[in-house]
Design a protein around this ligand. Structure first.
Ligand SMILES: Nc1ncnc2c1ncn2[C@@H]1O[C@H](COP(=O)(O)OP(=O)(O)O)[C@@H](O)[C@H]1O
Ligand SMILES: C=C(OP(=O)(O)O)C(=O)O
Ligand SMILES: [Ca+2]
Ligand SMILES: [Mn+2]
Length: 687
C-alpha cells in the first residue's frame, strides 16, 4: 500500500500502515488524528494540485442569511380583507360612515382577542384568561396582544391561553399530525382520525337546562329527549370545561355561521381542544369570508368542547363520564367525556330546532336537493336511513344532506358541509361521496392499509358508524348558496328492519302527519352509541334526539307549509325486503334511486295505486326499473303467514308508540284529530 501518494480523487495525503490500537490511540492524542480507515487527515498545508469547487455566490437567495430567513420566505401574509382599514388611506371611503366601521388591524385583533377571552372566562373571575393568538411553538408567530392582566393571582391567571383561530385545513392537518395520536393522511388526502371511546352520539347523557326563558316552550317528560338540568349544575360543568381548555397549551377557536338564509343566519363560536374538532366544524358550519369575520363580534351561540375530559361523576344529574349540556338562556353548550364530533353538529341543530320555530321557520332533520326544473325535494329520516346518500344525486343540485329550514322564502341548508356514513362506501354506488373524500375531508374511525393508507370502507373494526365530513362544495353539483324554493316532494325515509313496509307509498296529509310524528325506522347499528343491531325505533319528526319542542308543533308547521305550497308526501322504505333483518336483504340502493327518480320526475303521481292491508298505504302498481314483486312486500316474502304476523307486530308497535300523543294536552299545537289517528295502521280482528 503506497505510503505517500495521490488518491483516486486527486488529494495528496500521508498514508501510514495500520498500527496497533495502542499506537493508533497515542498518535490520535498527538494530534496526528488517524481517520478511521488508517488514512491520516488530508494535509492541506501543501497547495492542492487543482482548484477545489466553490459554491455559487452570484445569485444570493434574495439576501437570505440563514435557514430561519429562508423558511420565512415560504409563507406569505394572506391578502388583507377587502374592506377598507381606515378613512385616511381610503379616499373613496364614504365620509358619513362612523369611525367604528374602520378599525385598525391592531384594534380589530384586540377586539377579537377580548371577545375570545370573554368566552373563555371563568364565571368566578372578573376577567377572562390572558389570550394570545398563534401556536406557542411557532417562534414569533404569535402576535403578543395580551388581554389586560388578571386581577387575581393563580397559576391559571398567570398562564396564557394560546388560541389557534379559524385555521385553514392545511394548518389543522399539521396540528393534528403533530399532536393528535391516531391522525393520518389517507391515500386520497383526507385526514383520518379517531373519536376515542365514543363513536356515536350519547342521547342518554344529553341535558337541557330548565330555566325561565325557555322551559314553557320545551318538550319535557315521557318520550322527550330533553332531560333536565338546573342552571347551577350547568355552571359546574361549564367551569370544568373552561378550566380544562385554559389549562391546555393551545385551544382551537372557530367563528362561523349556521343557516344559508341571510335573514336568519346564526353566529357560532366553537372552542375545542383538537384539530380534528376544529376541522370537522370548519367543514360542517358555514365558512365566513375575511370580511364577515371582521364584524363577527359576539357569537349568538358558543360550544365548549372539552370532550377529552370527563365530567365529575359526583356532579348532580350525571349518568356517566359523558355530559352534553345545552343552556338556551346562556346560549352555550358544554361537552365533556365524548370526542365524537357529531355531538357538536347535533347540539347546534337542537339550538336551531328551538330558535327557528320561534320565528315561524320549520327546522327539519332532512336532506334536500333541487332538480334542474327547480323542483325541491326533502328527505326526512333518522340517522343512517339515506338522507345524505339520496340527496346526493348526479342529476340534481345538492342543497344539503342533513339539516334544513323551511321559511316563507323557501328552504335553506343550516350547514356548510355533509356528514356521510361511509360504511361499505364504493365509488360505483356513491361516486360523488367517494370523490369528496380528498384533502380537507375528515374521516372518522375508518381503517386503512398501514403503508398505502388506502381506506377499507368495509372494515368496521372500530365502529359501523364510520363517517366522512366534508365541505358541501366538494360535491360537484352543489347549489351555492344552499337555498331553494318551496319543496314539491317530501320524502319520509324509513329503514324498516321488519321488511313489511312497501319500498314506496304515497301518503295522504293525515298519513303524513301520522308517520312524521311516529318517525319509525330501524336505528342502523353504530350511529347511536351502544346500538349494535338494527332495532325498530320511533323517533318523532325523524330526529327526536334533537327536537326541543313537542313533535306536534313541528308536524303542525309541516302540514301547514305542505298544504300552502302544494307538496306531496311519500314514505320510502330504505330497509329490508323479502323478509326481516337476518332473512331478507336490504333494499337495493339502485331500486331506491329509481323510486326517488320517479318521484322527482312526477311520473309516480300518474301511477295506478292500490292500498295495502293494515297500514292502508297507497302503493304504485309499477315503478320504472323496479321489479313489480318488490313493490308489494308480501309478494317478496316466501312465508306469507310469517309476513302477516310480522305486519301485525309492527302495526302494534306503531299503535303503542302513538299512545303518548293521543292524550297530548299541554299546548296542543296540533289537534290530533280522529283523522290523523285513523291514518295509522288498523288491526282487523282476523289478522
Ligand atoms: N336502499 C338504500 N337507500 C339508501 N341508503 C342505502 C340503501 N341501501 C344501503 N344504503 C346505505 O345506507 C347508508 C345511509 O347513510 P346516510 O345516507 O349517510 O344516512 P343519513 O344521512 O340519513 O344519516 C349509506 O351507507 C348507504 O350506502
Ligand atoms: C350525525 C347524524 O347525522 P345523520 O342523520 O347523518 O346520522 C345524526 O343524526 O346523529
Ligand atoms: Ca347524513
Ligand atoms: Mn342527521
Amino acid at each position: 500500500m503506497a505510503s505517500n501518494g495521490t488518491a483516486a480523487n486527486g488529494f495528496d495525503f500521508e498514508f501510514s500502515s495500520p498500527r496497533s490500537p495502542a499506537a493508533a490511540a497515542a498518535a490520535a492524542t498527538a494530534g496526528g488524528g488517524l481517520v478511521p480507515n488508517g488514512l491520516s487527515k488530508i494535509n492541506t498545508k501543501k497547495p492542492l494540485s487543482r482548484e477545489v469547487c466553490k459554491d455559487d455566490t452570484t445569485a444570493p437567495l434574495k439576501g437570505v442569511q440563514n435557514v430561519d430567513e429562508l423558511h420565512a420566505l415560504q409563507k406569505k401574509k394572506a391578502s388583507a380583507p377587502s374592506t377598507p382599514k381606515n378613512p385616511a388611506t381610503n379616499p373613496s371611503t364614504p365620509k358619513n360612515l362612523t369611525p367604528r366601521a374602520y378599525m385598525s388591524e391592531e384594534e380589530r385583533h384586540k377586539q377579537q382577542m377580548q371577545s375570545i377571552s370573554a368566552s373563555l372566562a371563568s364565571l368566578t373571575r372578573e376577567v377572562g384568561p390572558q389570550v394570545v393568538k398563534g401556536d406557542p411553538a411557532g417562534k414569533g408567530t404569535a402576535s403578543k396582544s395580551v388581554i389586560a392582566p388578571r386581577l387575581d393571582m393563580s397559576d391559571s391567571a398567570l398562564k396564557f391561553t394560546h388560541v389557534l383561530y379559524n385555521l385553514s385545513p392545511a394548518e389543522l392537518y399539521e396540528q393534528a399530525i403533530k399532536s393528535e395520536k391516531g391522525s393520518y393522511i389517507t391515500s386520497t388526502g383526507a385526514l383520518a382520525t379517531l373519536s376515542g371511546a365514543k363513536t356515536g352520539r350519547s342521547p342518554k347523557d344529553k341535558r337541557v337546562v330548565k330555566e325561565e326563558t325557555s322551559k314553557d316552550d320545551l318538550w319535557w317528560g315521557k318520550g322527550s329527549p330533553n332531560i333536565e338540568m338546573d342552571e347551577e349544575t350547568f355552571l359546574v360543568n361549564r367551569e370544568r370545561a373552561v378550566d380544562y381548555l385554559n389549562s391546555l397549551e393551545k385551544v382551537f377557536v372557530n367563528d362561523q355561521f349556521l343557516n344559508w338564509d341571510p335573514e336568519n343566519q346564526i353566529k357560532v363560536r366553537i372552542i375545542s381542544a383538537r384539530a380534528y374538532h376544529s376541522l370537522f366544524m370548519h367543514n360542517m358550519c358555514i365558512r365566513p369570508t375575511p370580511e364577515e369575520l371582521e364584524d363577527f363580534g359576539t357569537p349568538d351561540f358558543t360550544i365548549y368542547n372539552a370532550g377529552q375530559f370527563p365530567c365529575n361523576r359526583y356532579t348532580h344529574y350525571m349518568t356517566s363520564s359523558t355530559s352534553i349540556d345545552l343552556n338556551l338562556k346562556r346560549k352555550e353548550m358544554v361537552i365533556l367525556g365524548t370526542q365524537y364530533a357529531g355531538e357538536m353538529k347535533k347540539g347546534l341543530f337542537s339550538v336551531m330546532h328551538y330558535m327557528m320555530p320561534k320565528r315561524g321557520i320549520l327546522s327539519l332533520h332532512s336532506g334536500c336537493n333541487m332538480g334542474k326544473a327547480g323542483d325541491v325535494a326533502l328527505f326526512f329520516g333518522l340517522s343512517g336511513t339515506g338522507k345524505t346518500t339520496l340527496s346526493t344525486d348526479e342529476n340534481r343540485y345538492l342543497i344539503g344532506d342533513d339539516e334544513h329550514c323551511w321559511s316563507e322564502n323557501g328552504v335553506s341548508n343550516i350547514e356548510g358541509g355533509c356528514y356521510a356514513k361511509c360504511i361499505d362506501l364504493s365509488s360505483e354506488k356513491e361516486p360523488e361521496i367517494w370523490n369528496a373524500i380528498k384533502f380537507g375531508t375528515v374521516l372518522e374511525n375508518v381503517v386503512f392499509e398501514e403503508y398505502s393508507r388506502e381506506v377499507d370502507y368495509t372494515d368496521k373494526s372500530v365502529t359501523e358508524n364510520t363517517r366522512a365530513a366534508y365541505p358541501i362544495e366538494f360535491i360537484p353539483n352543489v347549489k351555492l348558496p344552499c337555498i331553494g324554493p318551496h319543496p314539491k316532494n317530501v320524502i319520509l325515509l324509513a329503514c324498516d328492519a321488519f321488511g313489511v313496509l312497501p319500498p314506496v307509498s304515497k301518503l295522504s296529509p293525515a298519513q303524513t302527519m301520522y308517520h312524521f310524528i311516529s318517525g319509525y325506522t330501524a336505528l342502523v347499528a353504530g350511529t347511536v352509541d351502544g346500538v349494535k343491531e338494527p332495532t325498530a325505533t320511533f323517533s318523532a319528526c325523524f330526529g327526536a334526539a334533537f327536537i326541543m319542542l313537542h313533535p306536534t308543533k313541528y308536524a303542525a308547521m309541516l302540514a301547514d307549509k305542505m298544504k300552502r305550497h302544494g307538496a306531496t308526501a311519500w314514505l320510502v322504505n330504505t330497509g329490508w325486503s323479502g323478509g326481516s333483518y337476518g332473512v331478507g336483504k336490504r333494499m337495493k340502493l339502485a331500486y331506491t334511486r329509481k323510486i326517488i327518480d320517479a318521484i322527482h320526475d312526477g311520473s309516480l303521481l300518474e301511477a295506478e295505486y292500490e292500498a295495502t292491508p293494515v297500514f292502508n298505504l297507497a302503493v304504485p302498481a309499477k315503478v320504472n326499473g323496479v321489479p313489480t314483486e318488490v313493490l308489494h312486500p308480501e309478494n317478496s316474502w316466501a312465508d306469507k303467514k310469517l309476513y302477516n304476523e310480522t305486519l301485525k307486530k309492527l302495526a302494534g308497535l306503531f299503535q303503542k308508540n302513538f299512545e303518548v300523543y293521543t292524550d297530548y294536552k299541554a299546548g296542543n299545537h296540533l289537534k290530533l284529530t280522529e283523522e290523523i289517528l285513523a291514518a295509522g295502521p288498523q288491526l282487523p280482528k282476523d289478522l
